[in-house]
Design a protein around this ligand. Sequence first.
Ligand code: A2P
Length: 336
Amino acid sequence: RAFDVAVLGATGLVGKNMIEILEERGFPINNLYPLASARSAGSTITYKGEEITVQDADTFDWTQVQIGFFSAGGSISAKYAPVAAEQGCVVIDNTSHFRYEPDIPLVVPEVNAHAIADFRNRNIIANPNCSTIGMLVALKPIHDHFGITRINVSTYQSVSGAGKSAMDELAKQTADLLNGREVKVESFSRQIAFNCIPQIDVFLDNDYTKEEMKMSWETQKIMGDDSILVNATAVRVPVFYGHGEAVHLETQQPMDVEQVKALLRDAEGVVLMENREDFPTQVGNSSGKDDVFVGRVRQDITHPNGLNLWVVSDNVRKGAATNSIQIAEVLIRDYL
Ligand code: A2P
């Protein structure tokens, strides 16, 4: 059986990748409807060698589709998701807008595919934050085996997480600086070329950024365990694709590094790079891939139940587009 599918935000970075990955994975599509704002309506995208016209989301008839992938920003999802859902379209939403509502499932298929069943509550399924997805694919088997009590994580997040304009800004600032020209700062609160910025998303009352608190809230919801404490520092780095994460965790049970490696070797969606010189990096390992790459696995010398690891994944693919499509694959296999 094939489905009629809408991609909202089809002209954006994630939306474009979604359309590519739908084709790549052979998702059973009958009619594909790329949607964006009135600005882009009338332009075309290519799917399976055919040009398809982008339509204005504002005038779209949602009864035409059974599945909608939304990646046009939180306020756009707030406006269209309830309408689409009401008209029978299951919305898989990549924004943070619905993630923390208790009756909306928040899903990483390798971790909590069972939660997809709750799509029936509202006809909406939320796709988690990109850094949370990469981290949890790697940590799920460790949690199942040893019980993670606390996570300290620092992220090294690429500019593609902030969309196409942020990528253009990194390229332009770099070229301008190397050519002795003035730089213009627009996408971030500081210059991003040759710099690291410890602010992603807005600051909250507790002085953490929203990106950091997303990792905390989402880890508990996806793992289904409010006792896991997550302390995050999220940093934007001058890298185009891929997020790196230095993860330090503590477990209930004493942990054996060799056993952890054995678990990661068998874990779904994980590529363990075991030789210490073989650690993964954004360039060369994760870019363009759907797996989560793990290296630098070692015992924490400061804590008997402590472990360190370095996790790298493609934020646009596994962190957004691929994960959404994997959710849809389970949805159509088990529920539609
Ligand atoms: P548009 O091309 O019409 O602006 P990115 O994250 O790369 O910046 O992409 C954002 C995506 O969200 C684009 O596809 C953009 O389409 C879409 N978008 C932005 N605002 C709206 C809106 N008001 N209605 C529908 N789609 C929107």
